[in-house]
Design a protein around this ligand. Sequence first.
Ligand code: SF4
Length: 452
Amino acid sequence: MKKPHTPSIGFVSLGCPKAATDSEHILTRMRAEGYVITPSYKEADLVVVNTCGFIDSAVAESLEAIGEALQENGKVIVTGCLGAKGDIVRNAHPKVLAVTGPHATDEVMEAVHHHLPRLHDPYSDLVPAQGIRLTPSHFAYVKISEGCNHRCTFCIIPSLRGDLVSRPVGDVMQEAQNLVDAGVKELLVISQDTSAYGVDVKYRTGFWGGRPMKTRMTELAAAMGDLGAWVRLHYVYPYPSVDEVIPLMAAGKILPYLDIPFQHANERILKLMKRPGGSAAGLAGMDGKPSNSQNVLKRIGQWRSVCPDITLRSTFIVGFPGETEEEFEELLDFIEAAQLDRVGAFKYSPVEGALANELPDHIDPDEQEDRLARLMYLQEEISAEKLAKKVGKTLTVLVDDVDAEGSIARSAADAPEIDGLVYINGEDLEVGEFVTVKITDSDEHDLWGEVV
Ligand code: SF4
């Protein structure tokens, strides 16, 4: 008897870590239902493209990927952020089979079933409990919520992904436990707004390990910290509740690392951005009242006094519409005073559909470029000085990559793909291994060390 053809699907995943977790959920469902995932357009019966629509260059890249999949394969289903942006996909590529928005596993699977009926064999198609992962097996992103309740004027994520919807705390913990059981050494908590976790469900009490547990960032971080892996918090907005996780960092339960997007320091620009909190630095001070960037600096000082080893990462937008030279200099003063460990900075760029497009006085691109260079120059100096202070210290690092020349690892201060690296020469190490290294050298981004 002729063996039935196993339906095969090609998968293209573009965009941010949040899009990657959407891809993982879709891939997990496909594998669970007996579809084979193939890396070849030719072998695939159809192709799913998970798109990004955040900025114009991401839109162009997504449309190009869809075009390539259509040309090479012909049967294409589109999902992700670009799918939520009206008719852009269908106008550019009328032949796509289906288009869905982000976070739409059910709709994608419906389209897959329609165009490629499945061959389900629940006895032979074993999917690991941790699902299918796109990251290397020693670290994994755990998405705790979808959407966002804020309406920052430069951002269209709420219109793409909707308001905040927190995942049940028991589900998140089970996923984290499954990952650790499968050998994951580092859990990266992601969302649009991690400190808002549970706001939509009024911090509902769920269950984990037979015990009640609140749907709340502090409780989640503490419980994840008990699983025995590194736990790193991303996209934490500086609400007063953030102060509660700093002691967990000081106690070594979770990594002493806070990814906290400040975006600017000047009160007027932050108001134009409509950052959460709606006032200077978008922050509430220790007393919960709106505060200015001096209070932010005070708060950073307090975090450092509780947890001296804390690594602070932030992102900033330069050249926002109407930003004056004085306002930009206020941002530089803040950067100088805050002495952040890691900084990502971006020139403001208009995103189709964002409210900030309507603001007057857009900044000349050359001026934006100049401001970006000035900010990055300042931060490079700060970063080089801070990293130089690590020379001679002993750090625990997690090995990410090994080649003929040596190993590339990361310390607690380095998130994958966005922060620095620790280079280790000529040791026989394994990917996913924790090792202790003595730091021997540094530059403005990275460290070098030897195993002790
Ligand atoms: S907090 Fe602001 S920038 Fe972040 S996702 Fe929400 S609206 Fe966008």
